[in-house]
Design a protein around this ligand. Structure first.
Ligand code: ASP
Ligand code: MG
Length: 459
């Protein structure tokens, strides 16, 4: 069996940690596996390299940034190989180029196009532990490329797919939680999560895994184990939804602080010029998140969108060009916003998600800037200083759903419907509703407080 391990920056932050990993890899190899290891740069090395370039200029060339950033991983592969060899194992380190990882796209944001797996297979057949630099590859010009921040996850999953192996990601968290335990201490670790839910969570900001890695895993059916400690397997497995037993309405809550919001007002001849806005944004490599608009007439309008904070330099240039092209527009950039998202397969066509979500906001008097939904997610853009509170409120409230009806038959039907449509467990409880004068008396008597009460006809 080929096993691809991946160790993130914090796991290889010191030579002591690297030696511990080498010992563990030796035992995995000793158990009869073919072992491929993908590593990140040590600790915060990538950040430090980026900072160096920014000491010189705000806007370094992307090609040279790829060259610079790719050196971080190269330190780690050499050190890990040295550690393995000093323990008596046969090991070889390979850069992305040497490992046959071909990429396409723009510098600093490349995607893997293909992997020539023969090179690694040859080394494996010679009994070596193969160590590959994560996050990097080579493009058609022969230039070193990188895959975007966090890209080593993608390298690992892509290698597992190409080699037909398993993938294990070792990181500084011991698994995937429904919400960041630092924000909500009662967070629960999941044993399994589906690719779809994990991807949504990752895209929406849960920093544990790179979304493209999860997407690749789903596409090629690579099960991905995410955990912390070496040896003991008590992390989370990302797998197909058929294999996820426990289906909940809400799987997770994430906060993405890497966003900013752009408001553009007074856009003349709206339809035509909105295209102009996003064309220019694309030109400067700005990735767009949620788009919302109001007051649209063909004559004049406004639009707002979120973009990645990391694209700020490109955005600034895009705005200059835009203002020059569309005279009279007003552009306001708000950097103090974050996106809070609820994710779960059970949300698909579920009744009342919107009402319950907004209820939490209204009860806590929290305003939001934008909202967007997908089949399995619900995202709100709020002020950054409110984001944790919002996430906590959602986590605390859980998603208890109360149904009420005079006719228990109505309820059974409705409960059944919800069960089928959203895979949530529905508990039927009987209340003597003659005791309650009003609907809110009934609501107030419920413990724990639900996010809402759905009242079936007849109540
Ligand atoms: N070293 C790169 C980064 O910090 C890639 C990675 O760690 O996945 O983004
Ligand atoms: Mg990472």
């Amino acid at each position: 069996m080929i096993i691809v391990h991946k160790y993130g920056g914090s796991s290889v932050a010191t030579t002591k940690k690297i030696v511990d990993i080498a010992k563990y890899l030796g035992s995995v190899k000793g158990a009869g596996n073919d072992v491929v290891v993908v590593v990140s740069a040590m600790g915060k090395t990538t950040d430090a390299l980026i900072k160096l370039a920014h000491e010189i200029t705000n806007d370094p060339s992307k090609r040279e940034m790829d060259r610079l950033m790719s050196t971080g991983e190269q330190q780690t592969i050499a050190l890990l190989s040295i550690a393995l060899q000093s323990l008596g194992y046969d090991a070889i380190s390979l850069t992305g180029v040497q490992a046959g990882i071909k990429t396409i796209g723009h510098h600093t944001k490349n995607t893997i196009e293909s992997i020539d797996s023969d090179i690694i297979k040859k080394h494996l057949s010679e009994g070596k532990i193969v160590i590959v630099a994560g996050f990097q590859g080579v493009n058609r010009n022969g230039d070193v490329t990188t895959l975007g921040r966090g890209g080593s996850d993608t390298s690992a999953v892509a290698l597992a797919a190409a080699l037909g192996g398993k993938c294990e990601i070792y990181t500084d968290v011991d698994g995937i939680y429904s919400i960041d335990p630092r924000i909500y201490p009662n967070a629960k670790k999941m044993e399994r999560i589906s690719y779809e839910e994990m991807m949504e969570l990752a895209f929406l900001g849960a920093g544990v895994m790179e979304p493209r890695a999860v997407e690749l895993g789903g596409k090629y059916g690579v099960e991905i184990y995410v955990g912390k400690s070496l040896g003991e397997k008590n992390g989370t497995i990302i797998t197909s939804k058929e294999k996820v037993m426990e289906k909940k309405l809400i799987t997770g809550i994430s906060i993405n602080e890497n966003i900013l919001m752009v408001n553009i007002e007074n856009i003349p001849t709206y339809a035509k010029n909105v295209y102009e806005i996003f064309k220019i944004a694309e030109e400067f490599g700005v990735s767009i998140g949620i788009i919302s608009q109001n007051d649209v007439t063909s004559e004049n309008g406004s639009i707002a969108f979120t973009a990645a904070k990391t694209d700020e330099a490109g955005l600034e240039k895009a705005i200059v060009k835009l203002k020059d092209k569309l005279k009279g527009i007003e552009v306001v950039v708000n950097k103090d916003v974050s996106k809070v998202s609820l994710v779960g397969i059970g949300m698909v066509s579920n009744i009342g998600i919107a009402s319950r979500t907004f209820k939490v906001l209204s009860e806590n008097d929290i305003s939001f800037h934008q909202v967007s939904t997908s089949e399995i997610s619900f995202s709100l853009v709020v002020d950054t200083n409110k984001a944790k509170e919002v996430a906590r409120e959602y986590a605390k409230n859980g998603y208890n759903l109360y149904l009420a009806s005079r006719q228990s038959e109505d309820l059974k039907d409705l409960a059944n419907d919800i069960k089928i449509r959203s895979n949530v467990e529905v508990v039927l409880k009987e209340f003597d509703i003659t005791k309650f004068e009003t609907h809110s008396d009934f609501y107030n008597s419920l413990e724990p407080k639900p996010l809402g009460v759905i009242v079936a006809a007849g109540y």
